[in-house]
Write a protein that binds this ligand. Structure first.
Ligand SMILES: C[S@@+](CC[C@H](N)C(=O)[O-])C[C@H]1O[C@@H](n2cnc3c(N)ncnc32)[C@H](O)[C@@H]1O
Length: 415
């Protein structure tokens, strides 16, 4: 089981699914899908040459879109919210701008995530949803009203119907997260959107950027231009692989494909050979190490030294005598500094040329969370390995007394 699957398993997503089926996706209420409309939507998704504006396309097919894609898109949004939580970013996200919101998939996913994890949510949330298709906004309002759950009270949602030229709606002066859920490619190819203006707005916002999308061949050049322009300002920290779950994701081949922006591309091989999923959580490079406490930032640098140099003495100073080190879920943790040092000494025999990069640090009370990337050569396997991970450390008297890490590994092709 990979980390993504663990997140979904631990999130009781089946509970969420039940709510969705019974309250949101009731076909009785919204009628059956008209397949001819889905076919024209598909043409719209993959043919940049179609000249009709998105709102014309979706106007008469808003219910069909929701019935056909709603649940899949919602699961992906829900999943990416779980990843945001795992990466320690959720508490800092309260003012959200959802661009190309459609029927409000992100807001619904966020509500469901809140219902599922009441103790983990930092409330309240303000979401400004922007879409050119008024029918979607009306559909969202109906759906939202039909959900009789108290968690709704912590959301203030404003819908905006005007299409932007790349300038953000003024209803939210300082968004701390900008969502593009299956809308980025579409916006980039909308002739009314000034790509340079959109990029300028994103750079000015210095917010977390949340991207879920499909990738068709016809959008490659636009996405490359987008990523190349943002690269100096934002870094992608999303690395968990999409989960295989239920029927929805079972065909997703989770291999990552390198791309200019290092966006996590996930190739979908078995259904339609030329379609790729993409997801990314971009954070401003300027805010990478946001630790308020220099001691926490220092600790991460010591950890870096300890790993890169395999320096057991540095490690001894980093952890308390009785520290617990949870290396992998489901495995017995190492308890006590001697066991931890033993484990690291074993790693030192296998790894060489270690390069550890802390990508993002967050902190809450005594807890430090660090998102990291690490590359090293595995002597025993004679291959380079890249790990993407996150660790959580509880700090006591400037030392780590509890440590938990999660990571995913890939081999590079080089010998
Ligand atoms: C594929 S739908 C995605 C809807 C929803 N976010 C989801 O994940 O299911 C793309 C949405 O982007 C909207 N859109 C495309 N270009 C837009 C623009 N320039 N301004 C606002 N909305 C736009 C369309 O109207 C459509 O609702």
């Amino acid at each position: 089981m990979n980390i993504a699957q663990e997140i979904v398993r631990d999130s009781h997503i089946s509970v969420v699914m039940d709510i969705l089926y019974s309250r949101v996706l009731s076909e009785k209420q919204y009628g059956a899908i008209e397949h001819s409309k889905i076919d024209s939507l598909r043409d719209h998704f993959c043919c940049a040459s179609i000249k009709q504006s998105p709102e014309k396309i979706y106007g008469s097919a808003s219910n069909d879109f929701f019935l056909r894609y709603g649940l899949t898109n919602l699961l992906k949004n829900y999943y990416l919210l779980s990843e945001l939580y795992q990466l320690g970013l959720l508490p800092s996200v309260k003012n959200i701008l959802d661009l190309g919101c459609g029927p409000g998939i992100f807001s619904l996913a966020h509500l469901l995530w809140n219902m599922d994890h009441p103790e983990l949510c930092n409330k309240p949330h303000r979401i400004v949803m922007a879409d050119g298709a008024k029918e979607f906004l009306t559909l969202f309002e109906t759906l939202w009203k039909s959900l009789e759950v108290k968690e709704k009270d912590s959301f203030t949602i404003t819908t905006v119907s005007t299409l932007s030229d790349g300038t953000f709606p003024t209803e939210l002066s300082r968004p701390d997260m900008i969502v593009f859920s299956n809308s980025l490619s579409e916006m980039l190819r909308d002739p009314r959107v000034e790509i340079n203006q959109l990029i300028k707005s994103l750079i000015e916002a210095q917010a977390v950027i949340f991207i879920i999308d499909y990738h068709y061949d016809n959008t490659t050049a636009l996405l490359q231009r987008f990523t190349a322009n943002l690269h100096a300002y934002y870094r992608n920290i999303s690395f968990y692989k999409w989960p295989y779950w239920n029927d929805f994701f079972q065909f997703v081949d989770l291999d990552k494909v390198e791309y200019p922006f290092d966006i996590g591309w996930n190739q979908r091989t078995k259904i339609i050979s030329n379609v790729k999923f993409l997801k990314a959580i971009l954070v401003p490079r300027k805010r990478q190490i946001r630790s308020r406490s220099p001691a926490f930032a220092e600790l991460v640098m010591q950890y870096k030294n300890a790993w890169e140099q395999h320096d057991i003495e540095v490690l001894r100073c980093l952890f308390t005598e009785d520290a617990t080190y949870q290396e992998k879920q489901g495995r017995e943790p190492f308890v006590g500094i001697d066991r931890i040092c033993e484990y690291w000494a074993h790693n030192a025999q296998q790894q060489t040329n270690v390069q550890f990069f802390p990508l993002f640090i967050t902190e809450e009370n005594d807890y430090l969370k660090c998102i990291w990337k690490c590359k090293f050569y595995r002597k025993d396997l004679r291959r380079w390995m890249i790990l993407n991970g996150v660790f959580t450390a509880k700090i006591k008297d400037k030392r780590i007394c509890f440590f938990e890490e999660k990571f995913e590994r890939t081999f590079t092709g080089d010998e």
